[in-house]
Ligand binder design. Structure first.
Ligand code: SAH
Length: 229
């Protein structure tokens, strides 16, 4: 079973979106598990403080190394087999390849940052691998962790009803996905492309492939340039 351990200052944000729909059903069915740890529980002073002002000055606050390390050490064992991730705009951009790697592993420990970020020393000392969900700045790592876990969990055995739909999507084939249509056949004067109603699976396959290629070339020249095919 894929085991997710989340470290956050806002435990009530979990399971959040992961408690519903496919991910939520998978959680209820035991396809994956979720432990949520409040970093603040590892604070020791009477104000239970977790952050302090940045060394060298500047705006905002920094999550303390000692507090986060104590939280991690309380809940993780040194020989735990799963990667320790820190959601961070400075991290390696999350890709479907990374998602698939994580989904085929035993789980992940995920730290959600807040404030200006996390004291660099705990990132180094605990070997946290920084992962970004995109080139923009969120107010905290919780939504980012949910994005990552949502992408992972849907690939776990038994979570998605139709297993084939997990492997034919955007990015899985090195291409963006072809357009979809469903009934009614005519809507606001627009028809479903005739070929999709032909029943000729070879032609349909070729059409979808051509559409996917055209979309990828037009919208994501970066992906097109890197495709395997
Ligand atoms: N000062 C930091 C941004 C801090 S945002 C900087 O300029 O890099 C606060 C927290 O939100 C971060 O510690 C991180 O955990 C989370 N976060 C923000 N943007 C993110 C992104 N694109 N991907 C993953 N996590 C992000």
């Amino acid at each position: 079973m894929f085991k997710a351990s989340v470290f956050t200052l806002y435990p009530d944000m979990f399971p959040g979106t992961l408690g519903m729909a496919l991910a939520g059903k998978g959680l209820a069915d035991g396809a994956w598990s979720l432990d949520v740890h409040n970093i603040r529980d590892a604070a020791t002073d009477k104000h239970r403080s977790v952050d302090d002002t940045p060394a060298g000055g500047g705006a905002g606050m920094v999550l303390r190394a000692d507090v986060l390390a104590r939280s991690l050490d309380t809940h993780l064992a040194a020989d735990d087999p799963w990667p320790k991730l820190l959601m961070s705009p400075r991290g390696t951009p999350l890709t479907q390849t990374m998602v698939r790697d994580l989904a085929s592993g035993p789980g992940a420990a995920i730290v959600c940052g807040r404030f200006e970020g996390v004291d660099e020393r705990v990132i180094e000392a605990r070997g946290l691998r920084e992962v970004s969900i995109g080139d923009y700045v969120l107010s905290g790592g919780e939504v980012a962790a949910q994005v990552l876990l949502d992408a992972v969990v849907r690939l776990l055995p038994g979570v998605m009803g139709n297993d084939a739909s997990g492997t034919q999507e955007s990015f899985e084939t090195g291409l963006l996905e072809h357009p979809h249509f469903t009934r009614p056949v005519e809507w606001e004067g627009r028809q479903i492309p005739e070929i999709l109603r032909s029943g000729d699976h070879k032609r349909i396959e070729a059409w979808r492939r051509a559409q996917a290629e055209a979309l990828t070339r037009a919208r994501r020249p970066d992906i097109w340039a890197k495709r395997d095919a």
